[in-house]
Design a protein around this ligand. Structure first.
Ligand code: ADP
Ligand code: MG
Length: 694
């Protein structure tokens, strides 16, 4: 391996490459576009394109593609070669027009009614704030994707709009504090990514994993995560080889992969990058997920990014670490040793935003896959609350009461043995159960599902915090006595929204009761959560900050519900197939062998009730229940109303079909424990979870 500094960003048309290769005035014009969101002239784009093409071809690229993020949640690309033919000779060409704009057929991407199928035109538009890169021989140009009418059909557009809104309102607030130097405030994000790795051979035998990403049946293994012996344990050589290659490939793309470790469940792992701007962090997380999949395959493994591949052990999430940075390098959510009023005002803005828009944050993490985590028997729960830690809690308390707060001195950590170092202890402990935790100088939103694009949760966060800041700025800009009004505003905000702060154990049953008393929302499933997307309050905040127009919100609401129905539909069909084609024949074969054995033994005479008879009786009983549950589910699928409105359909899928699947699963899983291993058609949980042995 080359050294890391040589490797890092070697496949990225980065700022350094641009500075080295672009003519000075072109570079300056492009930088202005990037830092101040100004429009880029076509002549400039032509120069950039030509330099980009030379750089890309020198690095082995033959094609270019506009790389975008449609509403499917994954990325899309359509490759064109640089080749054009002139006098029978191939020349490599790439124009500014091709760089700036693409025109993919949009009709096969979800649009939620924004575009009829006959209106196929869609546009991709270059996003110069995220660097172009080379992947698999193609120059990939990050782009936004919109319809002919200009409506956003992707995840990036609202994210960029929300970053602009947050910048605008945060700048207003900073000006009030006399800030002259800051020109831009950027939302930053570092997304910790959890995933499972299993052997390709077991994966290939599980249609449920292949079609749905999760196991639809499977009885619990004798060993899961009870011993807590997987978390942080030394990494197996095969996994380690995968992680090394992943790191290298990520680094080449300028993705600052930083931490890797084993997670709690067997076969579960995590990667965390160093944080970046929301936009770049989002693009990089998409690439990370893609590379995890392709590199796992090279190592004979499959990377599972589903939120709940296996019942009974932890599912996978994504921790969205979020903060606000100025272009002068200040983290606005860093309290330092002595929190300033400016810090407290930004903190108050987040507290207010999270409290007022709990439901919208919940919407941003809703999906069929994530329903297995949130509101199920796993954490974080579906209730949104904030952890601020002991020290900030005391500060907020003092603010509310108008009393003085005298900081907490850091104490020394003393472990005992003399040889161990003494170090200053943090003034507050960590909390791993909170869905939205302040972790020293950033917030960690922990409810995202592992397969999510982080764009959605981030544009919501950016928009709702922009709204708090807007209201603060409106008030403080009119203040006659700034300091007095500021103190009053912080105190009022903390008092009005303190119900959202909870520093205890979010997994405890009492919290659900307490949260209800506090009037916090508890939207347990996607079906319960999504209607909150289109309430007047939530439409108002998104439209006011130009993050999404009303039609765009409605279209996304439709897409999300439609996707929910389709996911459950595919799961149900897959399950029915597995049961009918493989499970039932296996059960019958085992039963018939047992019956034949009993007959043979009886023929020998002197036969008494025996092991095989008891077993056969148990299996027969369960088979009856299996048959009933199977017929029910079949009927429910057949009898679904195809003309129902989308929310009614989604409810039907959740409360009828999904429930039916769970009941059928119970019968199947119990049968698995009784049927002979060589009869059972699918690899067991144990075989999958422990498929990577060394
Ligand atoms: P912790 O130990 O609390 O999880 P780390 O420092 O390891 O904290 O960071 C966890 C994640 O948070 C990393 O992905 C990191 O890049 C990210 N992070 C750190 N600071 C910020 C910030 N200011 N804005 C956004 N993300 C951040
Ligand atoms: Mg963390």
């Amino acid at each position: 391996m080359k050294n890391i500094s040589e490797l890092f960003g070697s496949l990225v048309f980065s700022d350094a490459v641009m500075q080295a290769r672009l003519p000075k005035d072109t570079y300056r014009a492009l930088k202005k576009t990037i830092s101040q969101s100004t429009h880029l002239e076509l002549e400039v784009a032509n120069v950039v394109a030509s330099v980009m093409k030379d750089w890309a071809t020198e690095h082995g690229a033959t094609h270019f593609t506009h790389w975008f993020q449609p509403m499917t949640g994954i990325t899309a690309e359509k490759h064109d070669s640089f080749i054009s033919v002139s006098d029978g000779k191939a020349i490599m060409e790439f124009s500014g027009k091709e760089l700036v704009r693409g025109e993919p057929d949009a009709s096969s991407f979800p649009s939620g009614g924004l575009r009829a199928t006959f209106e196929a035109r869609g546009y991709t538009a270059w996003d110069p704030t995220s660097y172009a890169f080379i992947k698999d021989g193609s120059l990939c140009i990050p782009t936004a994707f919109c319809s002919y009418g200009g409506e956003a059909l992707d995840k990036k557009t609202p994210l960029l709009r929300s970053m602009d809104a947050l910048d605008k309102e945060a700048m207003r607030v900073l000006k009030l504090f006399g800030n002259q130097k800051v020109k831009r405030v950027t939302a930053t994000v570092g997304a910790e990514q959890e995933y499972f790795l299993i052997d390709q051979a077991v994966f290939a035998k599980r249609p449920d994993l292949i079609y749905t990403g999760r196991t639809l049946i499977g009885s619990r293994p004798s060993k899961g995560q009870e011993l807590e012996d997987h978390y942080f344990v030394a990494i197996k050589p095969r996994v380690s080889a995968f992680m090394k290659e992943l790191d290298e490939e990520l680094w080449k793309l300028g993705i600052p992969a930083k931490t890797k470790h084993n997670e709690v469940a067997p076969a579960q792992h995590e990667m965390a990058p160093i944080f970046e701007s929301s936009n770049i962090g989002t693009d990089h997380n998409q690439l990370t997920m893609e590379l995890m999949r392709t590199i796992a395959a090279k190592h004979g493994m499959v990377c599972l990014l589903h939120e709940k591949p296996f019942a009974g052990v932890n599912g996978s999430g994504k921790h969205n670490n979020w903060s606000l940075s100025t272009d002068t390098g200040v983290n606005l959510l860093d309290p330092d040793d002595n929190p300033s009023d400016q810090f407290l005002l930004f903190l108050a803005a987040v507290i207010k935003a999270v409290d007022e828009y709990q439901d919208l944050l919940r919407v941003s993490v809703a999906s069929a896959g994530n329903d297995h985590r949130l509101g199920a028997n796993e954490a974080p729960p579906a209730i949104i609350s904030m952890f601020v830690g002991d020290e900030l809690a005391e500060i907020l308390d003092a603010i509310e009461k108008g009393s003085a707060y005298h900081g907490k001195a850091k104490t020394q950590m003393e472990i005992g043995p003399k040889a161990l170092p003494h170090f200053p202890k943090d003034t507050t402990d960590r909390n791993r159960t909170s869905p939205f935790a302040f972790t020293g100088n950033k917030f960690e939103f922990r409810m995202l599902g592992s397969s999510f694009s982080i764009a959605g949760p981030n544009f919501v966060l950016n928009a709702i915090v922009a709204e708090s800041l807007r209201q603060f700025a409106d008030r403080l800009e009119k203040a006659e006595d700034f300091q007095k009004d500021l103190s009053a505003l912080i105190r009022e905000t903390v008092t009005a929204h303190k119900r959202i702060i909870f520093n205890g154990n979010n997994y405890a049953g009492e919290w659900e009761v307490e949260a209800e008393k506090r009037g916090l929302s508890n939207l347990k499933t996607t079906v319960e959560a999504l209607p909150a997307f289109i309430t007047p309050k939530n439409i108002e905040v998104l439209t006011r900050h130009n993050v999404l127009a009303e039609e765009e919100i409605h279209s996304r609401y439709e897409i999300l519900l439609e996707n929910y129905c389709k996911v459950i539909h595919i799961e149900a069909l897959t399950m029915l197939d597995m049961v009918k084609q493989e499970i039932i024949p296996a059960v019958l074969a085992y039963e018939s062998d047992l019956a034949a054995l009993i007959e043979r033994k009886k023929a020998l005479g002197g036969y008494a009730a025996s092991l095989e008879e008891n077993l056969l009786a148990k299996i027969s009983d369960l088979s009856v229940s299996l048959g009933q549950k199977l017929d029910e589910l079949d009927d429910w699928i057949l009898n679904r109303k195809s003309d129902a409105d989308i929310l009614t359909s989604a409810s039907y899928y959740r409360y009828t079909i999904f429930t039916g699947m769970s009941e059928l699963r119970l019968a199947v899983d119990e049968l698995e424990t009784l049927i002979g291993g060589k009869y059972w058609p699918y690899p067991s949980y144990g075989a999958m979870l422990f498929s990577v042995m060394i």
